[in-house]
Design a protein around this ligand. Structure first.
Ligand code: MV4
Length: 494
């Protein structure tokens, strides 16, 4: 494998190129007209423009990307996450063109891409499932009977859905038929497939996912779990590894369950098996994501593995060079997704120029990003600016390090979720580990980020703006001031 094309943009494209470069592999970037000056384009050995800014005219053009691969004699494609990463047809076309996909087979993507088929596959391998229907519901009165047997509340899910799309919770039988009708017509409109199924609704679950690797020789390992319960409207905000609620025994069980899920579709390469975990630490399979995930760095930090290098080695046909017992959890890692969003205004995406962009530094701090100071945040893509990742000796150490890193991260020009992250890290329920997927709804209000500057803080900020010759004052811009005041409050309370 001499040359890899990265069919993605931003931080993940750069992330992949760094590992490829360390392995002596040439890199090809693709980019849209909005990304001409992007770091991933400047970093690659070669770069090709694929089209106008909208994704469906650029990063999603599978056929065009394959033509570019042929023209530049590319051996393999890394799809990153999003875009074409879980597209089985793209995977099949690459195969047809004799180009390696750094990812699983199209068949594994097909099985795991549909929730009903994935549940049926993993069930045969003994992976625990939430009680529910095994097939798409066609007979609504029969489904109503089943729902009664399962017991309310139940949840209706679209088989083709994902990320919470097409889900409905039904608390009483009287609402069942109406909700079922609506769910099916919504699924038909959204996914062109009205297949829906029902499950017992697990109230206030935690979301824990397991990183797995499988090679082409039948070897599998799990790279422990990531706790992803701190999310808002199915968008993760803070992720950590390991989860602070798992015991070594449950960790081994959930890890083995994840490997079995991977085996059920002859999975190869890196994948993630998602579980919901109830308050008694029972875990249930939700779905398998057939890609490298946004939050993979926390698993890298605690395991010492470079997951992209492992992906490349697997795709080259190499055997995994370590066994399960060789893997150990070292310390604790946290990731905060820094989005260009306004947490005081319903997390509305904020576009604009990164007038000041200074990253935190130091031992155990990693920033994966795809922007530089002076760049505009384009409106066409995901509003994530950076992933702030820290690694500490233990969870407390990691939390303190993350707070310091947030304090040192200076972003002016767009509103960000940095101060929201600080709210999470300072929250007693986050600190104690007593939280679930309802954390943000239950505890967060925009007013939690309100602050008033004291004269010392105002002076500090005004000096800060003056240093950068900016026509802004502390009153004009809400930059790290919440952060500063909360950080100081927190320091005073310690
Ligand atoms: C559930 C559930 C409770 N019970 N299934 C949401 C996204 C999709 N992947 C599955 N999801 C859920 N499925 C049963 N039977 C609660 C959720 C859920 C959730 C899951 C993971 C992470 C965040 C979540 C937020 C709300 C609901």
């Amino acid at each position: 494998m001499k040359k890899i094309l990265i069919a993605n943009r931003g931080e993940i494209a750069l992330r992949v190129m760094k590992s490829a470069r360390e392995m002596g592999i040439q890199t090809v970037a693709i980019y849209s007209e909005a990304d001409r000056q992007s770091p991933h384009v400047l970093y690659a050995d070669e770069a090709v423009c694929v089209g106008p800014p909208p994704s469906n005219q650029s990063y999603l053009l599978g056929d065009k990307i394959i033509q570019i691969c042929k023209a530049l004699k590319v051996d393999a494609v890394h799809p990153g996450y999003g875009f074409l990463s879980e597209n089985a047809d793209f995977a099949r076309k690459l195969k047809g063109a004799n180009i390696i996909l750094i990812g699983p087979s199209p068949e594994a993507m097909d099985v795991m891409g549909d929730k009903i088929s994935s549940k049926n596959a993993v069930k045969k391998y003994g992976t625990p499932l939430v009680p529910g229907t095994e097939e798409a519901i066609s007979d609504i009165p029969a489904a109503k009977k089943l729902a009664r047997e399962i017991g309310y509340p139940i949840i209706i899910k679209a088989s083709a859905g994902g990320g919470g799309k097409g889900m409905r919770i039904v608390t009483k039988e009287e609402e069942f038929v109406e909700q079922m009708d609506r769910a099916m017509s919504e699924a038909r409109n959204a996914f062109g497939n009205d297949a829906c199924f029902i499950e017992k609704y697990v109230t206030n679950p935690r979301h824990i996912e397991v990183q797995v690797l499988g090679d082409h020789h039948g070897n599998y390992v799990y790279v422990f779990e990531r706790e992803c319960s701190i999310q808002r409207r199915h968008q993760k905000v803070v992720e950590e590894a390991p989860s602070c609620i798992l015991t070594p025994e449950i960790r081994e069980k959930i890890g083995e369950a994840a490997i079995n899920a991977a085996k059920s579709c002859d999975y190869t390469n890196a994948g993630t098996v998602e579980f919901i975990v109830d308050d008694k630490l029972n875990f249930y399979f939700l779905e398998m994501n057939t890609r490298l995930q946004v939050e993979h760095p926390v698993s890298e930090m605690i395991s010492g593995l470079d997951l992209v290098k492992e992906q490349i080695k697997i795709a080259r046909g190499e055997k995994l060079s370590f066994k399960q017992e060789d893997l150990k959890i070292n310390g604790h890692a946290l990731e905060l997704r820094v989005y260009a969003e306004d947490p005081q205004n319903n997390f509305l995406p904020d576009i604009g120029k990164l007038e000041v962009y200074q990253k935190p530094e130091g031992l155990g701090i990693r920033v994966d990003d795809g922007f530089r100071e002076g760049m505009d945040i384009p409106i066409y893509y995901d509003p994530m600016i950076a992933k702030l990742v820290v690694h500490g000796a233990d969870r407390t150490d990691a939390i303190e390090k993350m707070k310091r890193a947030i304090y040192d991260f200076k972003i002016v020009g767009v509103k960000t979720t940095l101060d929201f992250g600080l709210f999470v890290l300072n929250h007693p329920n986050f600190i104690s580990g007593d939280f679930d997927t309802g954390f943000v709804d239950k505890y967060y209000q925009a007013s939690d980020l309100n602050y008033s500057l004291n004269p010392e803080q105002k002076n500090t900020l005004d000096k800060f703006f003056a240093t950068f010759k900016m026509e802004k004052s502390a009153e004009d811009i809400r930059i790290n001031n919440t952060i500063q005041s909360n950080w100081k409050k927190n320091r005073a309370n310690r």
